[in-house]
Design a protein around this ligand. Sequence first.
Ligand code: PEP
Ligand code: MG
Length: 316
Amino acid sequence: ARREELPEFDGGGRLADGHLVPLLANVGGGADAQAAAAAGAQGVGLLRTEFCFLGRDAEPSHDEQVAAYGAVFAAFAGKKVVVRTLDAGADKPLPFLTDASEPNPALGVRGYRTDKASPGVLERQLAAIAQAAAEHQAQVWTMAPMISTPAEAADFAAMAARAGLATAGAMIEVPSAAVLAGGILARCDFVSLGTNDLTQYTMAADRQLGALAALNDPWQPAVLHLVKASTAGAAAAGGKPVGVCGEAAADPALAVVLVGLGVDTLSMNKRALAAVSAVLRTIDLPTAQRLATLALDAESAAEARSLVRAQLPQLD
Ligand code: PEP
Ligand code: MG
């Protein structure tokens, strides 16, 4: 395969005042992880494990899973790798987990919810993650997608602990989880905002429908208010880590707003690392906070975007 041309990235994730914002990569498997490491990513903020097994009729074996996760850990020795457990849904079908006939797939049995319908699959996945983690040096964090309640976060954290995994978290991609982020973080170690789904569910706009793109925009002030609720919940829970791993983190101006809202780490496609790093190093934390307030107070996504971009002429 031809080597991909990637923009220059120095590996840094720091504001002008020295405030650290680790920049991590979203990856779908070992080859992707190697490319992200070569591009300078400081770790993995989202391993989409379902991408390792898309379309499969049968659950992958223990050994197969250990090999798939281990290939990612090997690319990030000594670094943080956040592994998301299987996020099957009608849009990302794993026939051994999903029921393709659901009438309303985005609201159906998907993500963490498949654990009740298919008992054992999640435990076996956690066991494979734990074994792969024991075989490699990466710092492995595990998180569940589509967590809706603090009780689900507690159940997942207990399951991860039983598998021997020390650090367990919840994705915040359902509005109820953002509203109750403090309660969720009282029961697990970290959260990661999946802004793609959080936007879709906040705005009740299917993320796959181009016709709804204006609603399905992470600059929507309502979405930003839920990001703020999440970081406020994390602060109330003693300052546990909050990341963003949705596409919002890859938009340089929005990345500034997210940092201003109190997000600790940003995870994105490796192609976005250089542009996000370049804008972050031109601003300090008070500026990011001021721009976040501008966006929160805007009346529309378009207004939020243009108010913030007007303050960041370095992006033009
Ligand atoms: C998200 O929803 O923002 C996310 C990161 O998960 P996915 O895009 O895989 O649903
Ligand atoms: Mg999601």
